[in-house]
Design a protein around this ligand. Structure first.
Ligand code: ZN
Length: 218
């Protein structure tokens, strides 16, 4: 079956390999990010190109390759179906910024996982309140939970509460802290440490000081 002519260069058949990689209108940009990927001597199909990316580089390169390829395909569809023309550089920059966001989100998730792997007891005479939140977006519900422990890791009090609404996790975590304080303040605790694993809140409240511990009250 004969393919239709390429939307961009209008003189070559448009198979997937041409549309995404070999068309002169996109090829220059690939050269910038993957200099050795496309050569003139052998023309590869899209699967062979993917295998080449894998054999030449890291797993991350493959993520980047697919994001750029998908965005270039999208650029083609935008032109054909909504007559919107994006430049190749715009498309690739968009793809790379998506890749960056994705990577940062992954690192942040790992950091969060690591930081919640251990619990350190407070110093003698102090009590530590750990707070956390859970969001059930489909039910428009959320919950807050807290546990108060002593320097010998003894549990003094633990509770969870249902909350209405399912706003963003930062808001619910702040609510968890508030609920915890409402319970702890009347107990007349001399030293109370409040701990949260939501990095955003910790940064917001104390800046780049000691991680995880939010407030230290005497
Ligand atoms: Zn073309």
């Amino acid at each position: 079956m004969k393919e239709a002519l390429c939307e961009w260069c209008t003189y070559e058949d448009e198979d997937v390999g041409h549309a995404i990689c070999y068309c002169p209108f996109v090829r220059q940009s690939w050269k910038h990010y993957f200099p050795d990927l496309l050569t003139d001597d052998v023309k590869l199909d899209i699967m062979q190109i993917v295998l080449k990316v894998l054999s030449q580089g890291k797993h991350e390169d493959l993520d980047q390759f697919f994001l750029i390829a998908w965005n270039l395909w999208n650029k083609r569809n935008q032109k054909i179906f909504v007559n919107k023309v994006l430049t190749t550089n715009q498309v690739i920059e968009h793809a790379l910024s998506l890749a960056k966001d994705h990577k940062e989100a992954r690192v942040h998730k790992q950091t969060r996982k690591l930081s919640s792997c251990y619990w350190q007891a407070p110093s003698q005479n102090a009590l530590k309140l750990n707070v956390d939140e859970a969001i059930f977006a489909t039910l428009n519900r959320s919950g807050v939970g807290f546990i108060l422990r002593s320097s010998s890791s003894k549990v003094i009090m633990a509770a969870s509460m249902k909350e209405n609404g399912a706003n963003d996790s930062m808001e619910i975590e702040l609510l968890a802290i508030l609920r915890g304080l409402q319970i702890c303040i009347p107990m007349g605790i001399d030293e109370l440490i409040i701990e949260s694993d939501l990095l955003l809140i910790v940064n917001e409240l104390i800046g780049a000081g000691e991680p995880r511990v939010i407030w230290f009250m005497r």
